[in-house]
Design a protein around this ligand. Structure first.
Ligand code: HAX
Length: 443
């Protein structure tokens, strides 16, 4: 068994407690029905099927995400901040997701220090990135960088040396902490190589995880650092069924180490219906502006552009959600940030105007279940304001944040010894026989 710091010890104690509860729950209620699955759900993305457990957060269709019971406005108030800071430290959110209790300031500080100490990225990872054509999409570079870092997995090494399955969680935990510590440096390297003449910025050990990330990207403005803390907090987790979280859980269930599992999740985040929507929103707005010759478009002009997008058989990026049915509180948090720090920014005002125009049009279609904006509708405009205009990089920022939630969850998966995931699939021929009564499920 490897060394335990006090946060790891706390996690182990919580995991033992919950592990015993789960055992009891399964013994007493294991055969109780939680859900029924329809033919339509089987074909339509398993929407609404409750089939996963994720401890770190829970999504309410109307109220939005709650992290261990706390809403985003509550987190902005209750989580530790840097002295005189206005936004929560993502370190505090990670502690909350992992341990299940609000951290004290010293806990967030401890994580800042641990991640700072572990943040060294091996040279061969940068060498691998350097071999890629410069126009390689930043998300592809990010995935490749994470895979190149897999050489560092302590779990993979321990497994190959032979460890008791009771110790899996401990090595997974170490990998998760190392990976979270290293991701900002990897991401900043990709950014500076692609967009800033390959000139890199050394980390500043006095800064917190998100503040240091902002610094290494090349943005030292105090309010940009505050934005990064907010950004890294609100994108961290969205319960367990979204593509990136589910993928990490699924791949991790094969005992693939956290580097392998997280890289897989990032490939899912890179899809335009998921995380890549944040770049698509800015691209979509830039095209609107180009068509109109710049400036702040009026509502009629936006409406025309939205209808054109729909007529071309495209989705309006940043709108809609598979679970949410109201405006995403992550959108609202960013709107509040903008009202405080950059209320007159033109792009931000376009985002707000689009918010007035799009929902009634999507409602009119009659098929869109959620016409309201999601997190991605707002994030790009804030980044553009501070000069981070390279929108192909935006999903990498999302990915660095998402590591906090999915890796805390992966620690829980191994601590609870959840088994390999393997749902049953059928063929359409089987389905036809089943609906016509020729066969019964019988599985
Ligand atoms: N614009 C146009 N049509 C939309 C739409 C939108 N923003 N949102 C949903 N629809 C359409 C769907 O394409 C679907 O049409 P078809 O029946 O013709 O296929 C219909 O409305 C029903 O879809 P739904 O049940 O409301 O939505 P889904 O659960 O199937 O999909 C999506 C949810 C988020 C993928 C969807 O709303 C979408 O494509 N939105 C735009 C892309 C986007 O913003 N993605 C980011 C989501 C948040 C996230 O994961 N961030 O990382």
């Amino acid at each position: 068994m490897i060394d335990m710091d006090y946060i790891k010890e706390r996690f182990k104690a919580k995991a033992d407690e919950l592990g015993a509860d789960v055992k009891d729950l399964l013994k007493q209620h294991g055969s109780k029905k939680l859900d029924e699955v329809t033919v339509a759900q089987t074909y339509q993305g398993m929407r609404g099927v409750t089939g996963l457990v994720s401890e770190t957060s829970l999504l309410d269709p109307n109220d939005g995400i709650r992290f261990r019971g706390y809403s985003i406005p509550e987190l902005r108030e209750k989580l530790p901040r840097v002295p005189d800071g206005s936004e929560p430290l993502p370190e505090g959110l990670f502690y909350l997701m992992l341990i299940g209790e609000l951290p004290e300031e010293k806990d967030a500080q401890h994580l800042s220090n641990v991640w700072g100490r572990r943040s060294q990225v091996p040279r061969h990872v940068f060498n691998t990135i350097d071999k890629l054509p410069p126009d390689t999409h930043p998300m592809t570079q990010f995935g490749i960088g994470i895979m190149a870092m897999q050489t560092e997995s302590v779990f993979a090494k321990a497994y190959s040396d032979g460890i008791n399955k009771k110790e899996y969680w401990s090595y997974m935990y170490e990998d998760a902490m190392n990976l979270i510590a290293r991701l900002p440096r990897l991401a900043a390297y990709i950014y500076r190589r692609k967009y800033k003449g390959n000139v890199h910025i050394e980390p500043d050990a006095s800064l917190d995880w998100a503040g240091n990330f902002a610094h290494m990207l090349g943005y030292d403005d105090d309010s940009f650092r505050a934005l990064m803390r907010l950004y890294m907090t609100i994108h961290a987790d969205h319960e367990g069924g979204n593509v990136s979280a589910h993928t990490v859980h699924l791949v991790g269930s094969a005992l693939s180490d956290p580097y392998l599992a997280f890289a897989s999740g990032m490939n899912g985040l890179a899809g335009p219906l998921h995380g890549l929507a944040n770049q698509e929103v800015i691209r979509w707005i830039q095209q609107l502006r180009e068509e109109l010759g710049g400036g702040l478009p009026n509502k009629a002009e936006i409406e025309k552009y939205v209808r054109k997008t729909l007529d071309e058989g495209k989705v309006v990026p940043g709108y809609g959600h598979a679970v949410l049915r109201k405006t995403d509180p992550r959108f609202t948090a960013q709107m509040e940030f903008a009202k405080k720090h950059l209320p007159d920014d033109e792009l931000v005002n376009i985002v707000w105007r689009v918010y007035e125009v799009v929902p009634p049009i999507l409602q009119e279609l009659g098929k869109v279940k959620n016409p309201w904006p999601n997190v991605d509708a707002h994030s790009g405009a804030l980044l553009v304001h501070y000069g981070l205009v390279e929108y192909e990089f935006y999903t990498v920022l999302f990915g660095v944040s998402r590591a906090l939630g999915v890796l805390a969850s992966l620690c829980w998966d191994r601590a609870l010894a959840l088994p390999i995931e393997r749902p049953k699939s059928v063929t359409t021929r089987w389905m036809k026989d089943f609906v016509s009564g020729k066969i019964e499920t019988g599985f």
